[in-house]
Design a protein around this ligand. Structure first.
Ligand SMILES: [Zn+2]
Length: 333
């Protein structure tokens, strides 16, 4: 018998080799809630006894906001634990593994370690630097124009954008999302929804959406002093924070205090809202990753000689290949 958690897609080969059956799965929904191990053990029930547990990260061995997972594994009488990577957190580092071994459980470490490091990249970064892991995302036309659009179906379940919303603890968007009454939500089954952080920089007034946000995702508006929000934000269940000037450090500090360790900046809509934040982010090295979606569209590039291309024309059969360090796109008019 096998228990798996937080390992989607990672250990399929291992499972096949063992001819195992999954008896329980779990993931860590958010800070303050029980860790993945607890959910997987709950899911497995009595079948956890004598099972092998696969974990992407070394089980914790200290009383933090939740009791240690090592004790839960021992209590459930798990026989063997396969650990993707040892926890970089100095409080945990290797004590989880030794606690399990002391209790007579067989432990193997470093299995599919590279993949597990990628799965845990935000946690590792946050643990080593004390700052949230920040990713920039944007969409481009084939001729290199920034687009507001997303690709067809990327917001649907299984689409990359829906998966990003599940993966990231917070998503930073422009004030455009308010005027369009548009709240982001992941369509993955049982997904935890990210905190939606709205930047409202432009002066003047900003009308809040007349539909109230659903309760599964929270929204905070960061604004500068010049803006007045029509309708009381608090009445909509929306928190507002006024800054002297828009700055990323303040936003990341807020995320950190909320126990959020990954943040995605989604560059769409009123991109002027992002200006200072992008400048600051690059100057202070606050960005860790970039995700770019190229759509099968010719934009409105004004650079010679691309300006002669037809604007907003769609391309057919756009495909990509990785060539060494480059990506080659091919499409048809
Ligand atoms: Zn734990």
């Amino acid at each position: 018998m096998v228990i798996v958690w937080s390992m989607s897609g990672v250990l399929e080969n291992q499972l096949r080799r063992m001819d195992g059956k999954i008896v329980g799965e779990g993931f860590h929904p958010k800070a303050g809630q029980p860790h993945a191990e607890v959910f997987a053990l709950r899911d497995a029930g009595d079948l956890a006894a004598n099972a092998t547990a696969f974990v992407s990260l070394e089980p914790c061995n200290h009383y933090g906001r939740t009791p240690p997972c090592t004790e839960a594994l021992i209590k459930a009488k798990v026989k063997k634990v396969v650990v993707g990577m040892v926890d970089p957190n100095p409080i945990v580092a290797s004590t989880g593994v030794s606690r399990l071994r002391d209790a007579g459980i067989e432990v193997i470490t470093g299995v599919e370690e590279e993949l597990c490091r990628k799965l845990n990249e935000a946690y590792i970064h946050q643990m080593l630097t004390g700052k949230p892991f920040v990713t920039l995302r944007y969409s481009l036309s084939v001729d290199g124009d920034l687009l507001d659009q997303l690709g067809a179906e990327v917001m649907e379940s299984g689409g990359y954008y829906s998966q990003l919303l599940q993966e990231y603890d917070a998503v930073v968007v422009s004030s455009f999302s308010l005027s369009t009454k548009y709240f982001l939500s992941s369509k993955e089954p049982g997904a935890k929804q990210p905190l939606q952080i709205v930047l409202a920089k432009s002066s003047g007034s900003l009308q809040l959406p007349t539909v109230s946000n659903d309760t599964s995702s929270r929204t905070i508006i960061f604004s500068n002093k010049e803006i007045t929000l029509e309708l009381e934000a608090s009445q909509k269940g929306i928190e507002t924070i006024v800054l002297d000037r828009m700055n990323l450090a303040a936003i990341l500090e807020h995320c950190k205090h909320q126990g959020l360790c990954s943040v995605m900046l989604d560059l769409r809509g009123n991109t002027a809202d992002f200006a200072e934040i992008l400048q600051e982010g690059f100057e202070q090295n606050l960005f860790q990753k970039i995700i770019v979606e190229v759509l099968p569209i010719l934009g409105a590039s004004n650079k010679d000689p691309l300006k002669y291309m037809q604007q907003n024309r769609r391309l057919r059969n756009l495909t990509s290949r990785t060539l060494g360090e480059s990506i080659l796109l091919e499409g048809y008019f």
